[in-house]
Ligand binder design. Sequence first.
Ligand SMILES: CC(C)(COP(=O)(O)OP(=O)(O)OC[C@H]1O[C@@H](n2cnc3c(N)ncnc32)[C@H](O)[C@@H]1OP(=O)(O)O)[C@@H](O)C(=O)NCCC(=O)NCCS
Length: 151
Amino acid sequence: MTIPSLHKVPSEQAPMALLLEADPSAAIIARYLQDGHCVVARLDEAIVGVYVIKALSAETWELMNIAVAPERQGQGIGALLLRHAIDQARQLGAQRLELGTGSFGHQLTFYQRAGFRVVAVEPDYFLQHYPEPLFENGLQHRDRLRLALEL
Ligand SMILES: CC(C)(COP(=O)(O)OP(=O)(O)OC[C@H]1O[C@@H](n2cnc3c(N)ncnc32)[C@H](O)[C@@H]1OP(=O)(O)O)[C@@H](O)C(=O)NCCC(=O)NCCS
């Protein structure tokens, strides 16, 4: 497969439909895009992936969103974006990269393969922060895990 090229884009050019694949709340996405660092993966002019990182403090950044176009998933683009997000956070001065994700599903494997460790559980997070129930593989997401990678 041709390797996608990665580009930082201003928040107005962030691919909203793709960001919604990872986070169903447009309102929450709009908030973190404001001061986030958004990078897209382009393949033959089409945007096939995206991530957003944001500073929580000088040393700690958060991966707010990462998504690959459904028809391009499973081809290594997510892993490429995740490695880039880790490198970018490090270059921007972060000593730790954190993220929040569901308590089950392939995303958990995806992040742990890159070295992320589970550091906390936020019980009922998805029930409290999202107006619609979130289902994956027939199971409702309730609790959010916090993962972190020391850089
Ligand atoms: C999570 C996501 C970004 C991964 O991107 P991707 O391009 O599909 O991932 P890669 O091809 O780089 O896969 C890396 C590893 O992730 C895991 N993985 C990715 N997609 C998977 C799937 N659909 N089922 C099972 N494992 C999967 C595998 O461990 C894979 O390793 P492998 O190469 O040995 O199969 C992508 O599935 C996605 O956009 N999902 C929807 C949005 C989302 O859930 N974002 C994360 C929110 S927490």
